[in-house]
Design a protein around this ligand. Structure first.
Ligand SMILES: Nc1nc2c(ncn2[C@@H]2O[C@H](COP(=O)(O)OP(=O)(O)OP(=O)(O)O)[C@@H](O)[C@H]2O)c(=O)[nH]1
Ligand SMILES: [Mg+2]
Length: 393
């Protein structure tokens, strides 16, 4: 166990005395278009996806009645911790996020509270238990160790002595870790702005595209979807249905067609119609299958050839419920395709939400969005502070 590996060093470093305490229309090359509204007139310039969603979230927040819903409080959270209960005037946006991430908060935040309440001093035993708790909450071994190391260092320098201050310290360290990887939102000047969405099977690529397209259209942007998952039976139809629901056109070919050819058609159609945004849906694939990754590279090369600078974004969708495997997925997809941002889905259904920290720490890739449910508004731009507030408390 890791704690044993580190114990010796801790014993040496801790302050004295603490050592032992342990729709169908023509397309140029044969692709089909399905669904979607007729072309509108002049549209506002394309905005970065994250920025647009953030604006919308803020607008919704401002418009939303505050403190109408009953507040969800995890039953096993300690009553003594005032921060564990949302303030009555906390904006609805944050309250909902908190509700959706309650499983992780119970696994992480509530257990941290218990741990800190049970100790009067920061000793080896506390640090060992803390390490175990962080690993259990799926932060990953490397990330957990680093957080513990930093804590131990501050304890050694006597900057941190009171367990009651440990939570604030940990949150600050986690925030530093997350914000270190946040890259500035790219300025979107290209028209169309092309976003390729990739990931293993069933992680939520197609529904994420629908959510993004929904938000973009609400911003007045002209969006087109490209059905480049020609592999899985019914994948094309699934995207078509989403296109109809959201009201955006879908460029498709038959199942079994070359995905690169569909992308070529899609980008040609997007250019011809003055689209602001294009989302390319790709087939889910095992990150370990070389030939499938080669196919994805070909899709990328086709986009690059058709439109200079495309794809402008490559979003890798990771399912939070898969835990640590998400880290190796991120590494392999990034090596093969080049990822610009991560979408972490299904954070609502898991106690493993700490994995977001591990992914950022171990890959250096920023998280662009998080998925917290199956509704259209359940995709949020990633806000590290709000996320930490929701899972740590
Ligand atoms: N609870 C929850 N479910 C989600 C979220 N995102 C996606 N899903 C669900 O995950 C399931 C799979 O979603 P898809 O979008 O079809 O996944 P995919 O990656 O396109 O799958 P393949 O095309 O088969 O590779 C669907 O039932 C979605 O509703 C989320 O944030 N929370
Ligand atoms: Mg899909």
């Amino acid at each position: 166990m890791i704690k044993w590996l580190k114990r010796k060093k801790r014993d040496a470093d801790l302050p004295p005395g603490q050592e032992q305490q342990e729709p169908v229309t023509e397309t140029p090359t044969g692709g089909e278009e399905t669904g979607g509204p007729a072309a509108a007139g002049d549209m506002p310039p394309a905005a970065p996806v994250a920025a647009a969603l953030a604006e919308q979230a803020l607008a919704a927040e401002a418009a939303a009645p505050v403190a109408v819903e009953p507040q969800a409080v995890a039953v096993d959270e300690p009553a003594a911790e005032p921060e564990a209960v949302p303030a009555p005037d906390r904006p609805r946006f944050f309250r909902r996020l908190r509700e959706r991430l309650s499983k992780t908060r119970q696994a992480l935040g509530s257990n941290l509270d218990r741990l800190f309440l049970g100790h009067k001093t920061i000793d080896l035993d506390l640090l060992d238990q803390l390490e175990e708790l962080l690993v259990t909450a799926d932060l990953g071994v490397e990330t957990s160790l680093e957080l513990i190391e930093r804590t131990r260092e501050r304890v050694r320098r006597r900057e941190l002595t009171d367990p009651a201050r440990l939570k604030a310290h940990l949150k600050a360290e986690m925030l530093a870790l997350l914000t270190a990887a946040v890259s500035p939102v790219p300025e979107v000047t290209a028209k169309p702005h092309v976003v390729m969405v990739i990931g293993v099977n069933g992680v939520g690529k197609t529904t994420t595209i629908a959510k993004l397209a929904h938000h973009d259209t609400q911003q007045g942007l002209k969006v087109l979807l490209v059905a480049a998952d020609t592999f899985r039976a019914a994948a094309v139809e699934q995207l078509e249905i989403w296109g109809q629901r959201v009201g955006v056109p879908v460029i498709k070919q038959k199942t079994g067609a070359d995905p690169a050819a569909v992308v070529f058609d899609g980008l040609q159609a997007a250019q011809a119609r003055g689209m602001d945004k294009v989302y390319i849906d790709t087939a889910g694939r095992l990150h370990t299958k070389v030939n499938l990754m080669e196919e994805l590279k070909k899709v990328r090369r086709t986009a690059e050839k058709k439109i200079t600078g495309a794809p402008h974004e490559v979003l890798l969708v990771l399912d939070a419920t898969t835990g640590q495997n998400a880290i190796s997925q991120a590494r392999l997809f990034h090596e093969a395709i080049g990822v610009t941002g991560i979408v972490m889905t299904k954070l609502d259904g898991t106690a493993k939400g700490g994995v977001a920290l591990g992914v950022v720490k171990e890959t250096g890739l920023p998280i662009s969005f998080i998925g917290v449910g199956e509704q259209m508004d359940d995709l949020r731009p990633f806000d590290p502070e709000a996320y930490l507030e929701a899972i740590v408390g």
